[in-house]
Design a binder for this molecule. Structure first.
Ligand code: FES
Length: 125
């Protein structure tokens, strides 16, 4: 069996939603201290719906594929749904990741949660 699924390779080679949202109203940045990879997530939220999402990932192929897939999964979704997205769901949507690469999908889950928390904080301010 190939180490990586075709979906992982596809999202790694052609990542969706890469970039920056200049007028983002929720930004989250997380990193993994062990591998040093960093993921930044930008959200444009309107009426509690994620209208747009983009990411920048300075990291491994699995982290790029995970962030790409995760952004596809939360685009157009209410914040309450996006908050529920787990790294397992992201990995499953990619047709699996090798065990030792599961932490890469955790970055995607954490980056989204951190961006949503940032949005909530800004709203309160
Ligand atoms: Fe660090 Fe994949 S090896 S996120």
């Amino acid at each position: 069996m190939a180490l990586y699924s075709e979906k992982v390779m596809d999202h790694f080679r052609n990542p969706r939603n890469v970039g920056v949202i200049e007028d983002a109203n929720g930004i989250g940045e997380v990193g993994n201290a062990k591998c040093g990879d960093i993921m930044k997530m930008y959200l444009k939220v309107e009426d509690d719906i994620i209208k747009d999402v983009k990411f920048e990932t300075f990291g491994c192929g699995s982290a790029i594929a995970s962030s790409s897939m995760a952004t596809e999964m939360i685009k157009g979704q209410p914040l309450s749904e996006a908050m529920k997205l787990t790294n397992k769901a992201v990995a499953e949507a990619l047709d699996g990741l090798p065990d030792y690469k599961m932490h890469c999908s955790v970055l995607a889950e954490e980056a989204i949660k951190s961006a949503i928390e940032d949005y909530e904080k800004r709203k309160e301010a």
